[in-house]
Design a protein around this ligand. Structure first.
Ligand code: PLP
Length: 391
């Protein structure tokens, strides 16, 4: 198999080299406060055998990947939910069970391997929390130096995680979007690799593995997938996996992908309706999908439009209720962003075909943000000192 970069906008083809991140021609047309222009996708050329080996479809050889068990996450069959809701083929793919407890490990894993192959020892990035703690953890497994720029609003568990993994962490007095700019400037001056989501083409490519795994586990592609959307990189990664499977003849149709945004952080959802990205100050209980300007917004929007996907929004109340419902009915505790995908499914359920194979992606572990999760439960206030207090 051979691999190239192809610009998602102008379709120019490039050789894969670490200095190249965005298409030079298209990124020159970048406007301020707009999604990244000229995102590069990895293009495959060649064929594979009839048995799918995921590493065959990745642009870095297996020997460069760090010794961490990324991916192959469990696909839950939530029997209680299935019978409560009447969906016999509902599945939950739990990416909170990755080594650093979020989906971001899929991207970090490939970025780490790519840096290793290129002889690059430092990786810098900005993150709302999970990408940073993920790169820190996977980088620790690889013996790489990780420099992280985190907005001050990042949940404490994600900050502590990154520090535990030994990353150098700078807390930014501002939003994720500001941290993003600072980290780019840092990489420009200091060299090394930058892992910013969407900006580094390997992030999108790494995220495609979830779809390849779904195909392997189910023995077919699902009919639809619900996924939370912030920058839109996971959504595009999900599509990329299905597109590769189609290109290689494993599947004949691209499944329906339903992206779920938080009501007050819904830039891509709005752009689908209005045709333009208008930055707005955002806020949601789901910190991982709280994004003013979605870096992968243009690309994600094009995927949705090309493959007949859908975007929807859910409120913070719906997210918190879905989080508690998922926990109590399945035993799977996911962070608010992961619960947003489930909230989207619950909201869409009345209009869905119950015979379909539907996958909800839960993208992060609930313990990563126990502060937010407290809002969806009743914390017992009274203390007891003996059993007679309650009998
Ligand atoms: C990053 C993240 C998302 C959203 O991914 P995007 O690529 O930004 O759309 C969803 N859930 C969790 C837990 C995340 O960490």
């Amino acid at each position: 198999m051979e691999f190239f970069y192809r610009c998602s906008l102008c379709q120019r083809r490039y050789t894969i080299v670490p200095e190249l991140t965005l298409c030079p021609e298209c990124s020159a047309l970048q406007l301020p406060d707009q999604p990244l222009h000229g995102i590069l996708e990895v293009e495959l050329e060649g064929t594979v055998g009839s048995e799918l080996d995921i590493f065959d479809l990745l642009p870095v050889e297996r020997s460069y990947f760090p010794p961490a068990p990324v991916g192959d996450t469990p696909l839950w069959e939530p029997l209680n939910l299935r019978s409560q809701l009447g969906f016999e083929k509902l599945y939950i793919k739990d990416d909170g069970s990755n080594p650093t407890s979020s989906f971001k490990d899929r991207a970090s894993y490939l970025v780490s391997a790519f840096a290793k192959k290129c002889g690059i020892e430092e990786i810098a990035l900005a993150s709302t929390g999970n990408a940073g703690s993920s790169m820190a953890g996977i980088g620790a497994a690889a013996g790489q130096k990780i420099t992280l720029f985190l907005p001050k609003t990042a949940p404490i568990a994600k900050l502590v995680q990154a520090l535990q993994y030994g990353a150098r962490v700078y807390r930014v007095d501002g939003s994720y979007d500001q941290a993003f700019q600072i980290s780019l400037e840092y990489s420009r001056r200091k060299g090394g690799m930058n892992r910013n989501t969407a900006y580094n083409p390997m992030t999108l490519e790494g995220k495609k593995t979830v779809s390849l795994e779904l195909f392997k586990t189910l023995g077919r592609a699902p009919d639809s997938v619900f996924v939370a959307v912030g920058d839109g990189c996971i959504l595009s990664g999900v599509y990329k996996g299905f597109r590769d499977l189609k290109q290689l003849g494993f599947i004949s149709e691209i499944p329906k992908v339903i992206g779920v945004q938080a009501e007050n952080s819904a830039a891509i959802y709005r752009a689908l309706r209005t045709g333009e990205f208008t930055p707005e100050a955002t806020s949601t209980v789901a910190d991982s999908i709280c994004v003013d300007v979605p870096s992968n917004g243009l690309h994600a929007l094009t995927q949705i439009q090309t493959f007949n996907g859908e975007l929807m929004t859910v409120s913070d109340e719906e997210i918190l209720a879905a989080q508690a419902r998922l926990s109590a009915s399945t035993g799977l505790f996911t962070e608010p962003a992961g619960a947003a995908a489930f909230a989207g499914f619950l909201k869409a359920a009345p209009g869905l075909d119950r015979q379909q194979t539907i996958v909800v992606l839960t993208t992060g572990n609930g313990l990563k943000d126990s502060q937010s999760a407290q809002r969806g439960i009743h914390m017992p206030q009274e203390l007891i000192s003996s059993l007679s207090d309650i009998l």
